[in-house]
Structure formats: C-alpha cells, structure tokens
Design a protein around this ligand. Structure first.
Ligand code: BJW
Length: 237
C-alpha cells in the first residue's frame, strides 16, 4: 500500500513514548517501584490486600505528572491529529496526561488515567489531583474509603474496547509506538489490524515481543522516529 492510499490510522502508544519526558517504563531496568513489580501492585487483589501500598504507588506517580512535560513524540502525534483529514484514533496504554497536554484530541486511555478517581460506592468517575490515599472522600456521594485510582488493573477489562475494535477493523495503517507487547489485549491489536487488511508499523527502542507481526519495524528513540514518521505521512497524505 502506498502512503497516499492511507485514510484511517490507529496509533497505539505505551510507556516508551513518555520515557524521554522522564517517566519510568514498566519492564526496563528502572521498571521496579520500591522493589515491587507492576504485576504485584496493579491488581484488584493487591488493592484489597494492601490498599495503602497501591495508593502510595499511584500517589507517587500522580505527583510526578506536574514535573514532566510532553516530548517531541507527543507533540508530533498531536500535530498529526490536527492535520490529518482522515480518521485517526490514538489509543494510549499510558495513564499519564502527556498526549492531551501536547494537544491530541482523538485520544482514548484504555488503561485509565492517573488524574481520575473512581468511587466503588456510587460508581462515579471524576477528576483527581494530588494524593488520594485510603481516606479519600468521594466528591459525588461524600463517602470516605471507597475511592480508588481510575486505572485498569490486571484481570480488569480495558476501557472502550468496542470503539478500539471498530477502529482497528476500519484502519488502513496501524502504528505501535514504545510498547513491549507484553500486555494483552493491546499486544494483539496488530493481529486484528493485519487480519482486516491494514499495513502495520512499529517504532520502539528495541524489537518488541511482537515485532515479527509488523510489516515494518523501526528501532530508535520515539522522540526522533515519531516526528520523522509524521513528516513522512503528512507529506504523502
Ligand atoms: C522506548 C523508549 C523510547 C523505552 N522510545 N521506545 C496470559 C496470556 C495472555 C494474556 C493474559 C495471560 N494472563 C493474563 C492475561 C491478561 C493480562 C495480560 O496481558 N497479562 C500479561 C502479563 C500476560 N491482561 C489483562 O489483565 C488486561 N485485561 C484483560 O485482559 O481483560 C480481559 C479481556 C478479554 C478480552 C478482551 C479484552 C479484555 C488488563 C491489563 C491492564 C494493564 N495494566 C497496566 C498497569 C496499570 C496502568 C498503570 O499503572 O500505569 O498497564 S500493566 C502495565 O503494562 C501498564 C501498561 O499500560 C502496560 C503495558 O506496558 P508498556 O506500555 O508496553 O510498557 P513496557 O515497560 O512493558 O515497555 C516499554 C517499551 O518502550 C519497551 O519495549 C522499551 O524498549 C520501549 N522504550 N524507551 C521508544 N525512548
């Protein structure tokens, strides 16, 4: 397929797209948080067992949001969103807010957002800044101790799967950026897109677990590769 034949694009991003902003990835050398693997703190079971520990993990990460800025990869994707006339959906696994701060609009957070809370008492979701902790009071129903981070943990259903599936089935180009391909269902998106006839491109610091499934793999830093790719797509489009 020539670049000029592309109309509908789906982009999947992972922790690698935010690495150059200073946010740790999950499975890299700096991927442990105070000795805990993400699999040990990002589960409903961990939250039931030790809510203070899980709140501390997310409170610490929420606090870093104010200290980091979008990088060249986030900005290039926002430019593509603004200038691309066809359909475009940016699906991020990241719970940071760097894509929206860079200006992306056609964006969804499939694993939730650090800047949101969810009350298990009244089932409302709401914006949240600062620490949450165990005693947090729900702004909707006023109950204390029922608020959790609005994050999709292992074993929970990611958000907006129907919308993502539909976009994957309609896309001509699927692009995966800065994700290890270790976590499903996101790691399987490339197969859905391929099956439905899309061209597939991966950009990552190193080959990912799923590299062999992509038509093309570009290795390097997202902050360099993504702006180059966006220039290429907009020139051809
Ligand atoms: C750079 C770079 C630079 C660095 N430039 N690149 C057995 C088999 C298959 C599946 C399962 C299984 N057992 C259980 C499952 C399902 C499970 C799963 O996948 N588990 C795996 C561990 C096997 N998945 C789930 O439970 C999901 N739910 C689910 O499946 O529901 C049922 C369902 C059924 C049918 C349809 C749909 C659903 C939920 C998954 C929730 C994931 N949650 C987390 C934590 C919460 C968010 C948070 O705290 O932030 O989400 S886990 C963590 O991993 C986080 C991330 O979003 C996710 C992916 O990580 P990511 O982004 O790929 O980061 P890394 O660190 O792994 O990789 C970074 C990459 O960047 C690396 O490759 C670097 O090289 C690269 N990089 N610097 C470019 N500068």
């Amino acid at each position: 397929m020539h670049s000029s034949d592309i109309r509908n694009i789906v982009i999947l991003t992972g922790a690698g797209v935010s690495a150059e902003s200073g946010l740790a990835t999950f499975r890299g050398p700096d991927g442990l948080w105070e000795g805990h693997r993400v699999e040990d703190v990002a589960t409903p079971e961990a939250f039931l067992r030790d809510p203070a520990l899980v709140h501390a993990f997310y409170d610490a990460r929420r606090a870093t949001l104010g200290m980091v800025e979008p990088n060249a990869a986030h900005r290039a994707l926002a430019r593509l969103d603004a200038e691309w006339a066809g359909e475009l959906l940016l699906v991020t696994q990241n719970v940071d807010d760097l894509h929206e701060r860079a200006g992306s609009n056609r964006l969804l957070h499939m694993h939730g957002e650090l800047a949101k809370g969810w009350c298990l008492g009244c089932d409302e979701r709401f914006g949240w800044t600062g620490a949450m902790g165990e005693a947090a009071e729900c702004p909707s129903c006023g109950t204390s101790g029922t608020v959790r981070p609005d994050i999709v943990w292992f074993g929970e259903m990611p958000y907006e799967m129907d919308r993502i599936e539909e976009a994957l089935q309609r896309c001509d180009l699927f692009v995966s950026i800065g994700t290890s391909g270790a976590v499903y269902p996101a790691a399987g998106f490339v197969q859905t897109a391929r099956y439905c006839g899309a061209r597939t491109l991966e950009m990552n610091l190193e080959p990912s677990l799923g590299s062999y499934m992509f038509d093309e793999s570009r290795t390097g830093r997202a902050g360099e590769l993504v702006p180059q790719w966006v220039d290429q797509v907009l020139r051809a489009g």
